[in-house]
Design a protein around this ligand. Structure first.
Ligand code: AMP
Ligand code: GLY
Length: 423
């Protein structure tokens, strides 16, 4: 079978490598993919070009499509492909709104009693400012719509909050996404990412993970797309997992059904384990990046079988298994990221990475047949080992053999998780 994977980052590379293990799949096209994805044929069709995607699928005998990034999902890529009779992994637009609109997701949680930070919604900057007069700080201000992962501003005091409001609602730094804002209570506690497969009835959480979002060691510096991940997340104990299933995962799936917005695909729960129990920080309608780069290498069951079951509504009949042990992914980025950085430097990848590590290429292109850097996050190196301490050590050792100019990384991926475990 020929399949297409929409997207171009490290997450998509991890999905492609896993799908390539299934002998039923004879050809994988990545739209647009990147020059480092050897397992796929990259086709220069943008992930947001829905007409181009549907046209390609119809003319290349495509039997299945995986839509990975948020933009095409929220724009209705799955709806369009299904209209053309192409089965997909991913939610339709009316369910992808769970990520596409923070106002929608907060109101959903309030209506169905799903634990989350207390909040108010505003479409008028003056009303938002009047609310801030009575608020306590720090406080969190979120643009309603998609904002390239940058739409959340944590404001330490009133002047920061005023500045955030005028940037989002008046200067419109995130465009139309800032027409509405959510102002919410600042929560504290360890964060856990849980990706879950769901067919709209059954929900199967994957192994939990921990992202490292800030650019610098010790969680300092700017927010990034994610500088590394570990799985499992030691803060996600069995007791927390059980509460999440009963108080968050199942209620969310049922709430979406009750709203006529059945969610099929991967639902990402961004959780904070507060002293009052687990609460939802955010939902994403897709696999996380770079969470996927540690979660899928630990998946034992065939990914394509699971993806087809989410579409068919047969997830409850599968026994989804995970490898024992732990995984660590270290992101190698271009110096300057997430701000300005240079790219176009030759990217040298080891033929046989140390410790059997996997290399997921996030930002690279082929220039005259030579692989060169082409993005802020360039490569993710993932090692799987019996213990987290070994996985971390092995990922860093394997990362040494990935070479490019202006290479930077965090040196403490996994440190917090190891401290929690007392290792
Ligand atoms: P997001 O872009 O929604 O992933 O949010 C980015 C980060 O902001 C999250 O990973 C949290 O660390 C933080 N954050 C979001 N909402 C809150 C909140 N209500 N309280 C504390 N931190 C938050
Ligand atoms: N790693 C966070 C995300 O994918 O949104």
């Amino acid at each position: 079978m020929n399949i297409i994977v929409i997207g171009s980052g490290g997450r998509e590379h991890a999905i492609i490598k896993k799908l390539a293990e299934n002998p039923e799949i004879t050809k994988i096209y990545a739209l647009p993919g990147n020059g480092g994805m050897k397992e796929a044929e990259c086709v220069p069709v943008s992930a947001k070009d829905l007409d181009g995607i549907v046209e390609f699928a119809k003319t290349h005998d495509i039997g299945f499509a995986v839509v990975a990034p948020d933009d095409p999902l929220v724009l209705g890529c799955v709806d369009r492909l299904e209209e053309a009779d192409i089965p997909c992994f991913g939610p339709r637009a009316n369910a992808a709104i769970i990520e596409g609109s923070k106002v929608f997701s907060k109101n959903l949680m309030k209506k169905y009693g799903i634990p989350t930070a207390a909040y108010e919604v505003f479409d008028d900057p003056a009303a938002a400012r009047a609310y801030l007069d009575t608020a306590s700080f720090p406080i969190v201000i979120k643009a309603d719509g998609l904002a390239l992962g940058k739409g959340v501003l944590i404001c330490a005091d009133r002047s920061e909050a005023d500045a955030a409001l005028s940037e989002i609602m008046e200067t419109k730094i995130f465009g139309e996404s800032g027409n509405h804002v959510v102002i919410e209570e600042f929560l504290t506690g360890p964060e856990v990412s849980v990706l879950a497969f769901t067919d709209g009835e059954t929900v199967v959480p994957m192994i939990s993970s921990m992202d490292h979002k800030r650019a610098g060691d010790g969680d300092t510096g700017l927010n990034t797309g994610g500088m590394g991940t570990v799985a499992p997340n030691p803060y996600y104990t069995e007791e927390v997992a059980e509460r999440c299933m009963n108080e968050i995962f199942l209620p969310t799936i049922r709430a979406m059904n009750a709203e006529g917005r059945t969610f099929k695909g991967c639902l990402y729960f961004g959780l904070m384990i507060t002293k009052d129990g687990p609460k939802v920080i955010e939902y994403n309608c897709r696999f996380g990046d770079p969470e996927t780069q540690v979660v899928l290498p630990l998946l034992e069951t065939d990914l394509f079988t699971i993806m087809k079951a989410t579409r068919a509504g047969t997830l409850s009949s599968l026994d989804i298994r995970w490898k024992k042990g732990a995984a660590c992914c270290v992101i190698l980025a271009s110096a300057g990221y997430p701000k300005k950085y240079e790219s176009g430097f030759p990217l040298i990848l080891p033929e046989q990475p140390k410790h059997g590590a996997q290399i997921f290429v996030a930002g690279a292109k082929l220039k005259d047949g030579v692989l060169v850097t082409g993005g802020g996050r360039v490569v993710g190196v993932t090692a799987v080992a019996p213990t987290l301490a070994e996985a971390v050590k092995n990922a860093y050792e394997a990362a040494e053999d990935v070479k490019f100019e202006n290479r930077t990384m965090r040196h403490d991926i996994g440190a917090r998780a190891l401290a929690c475990k007392g290792e």
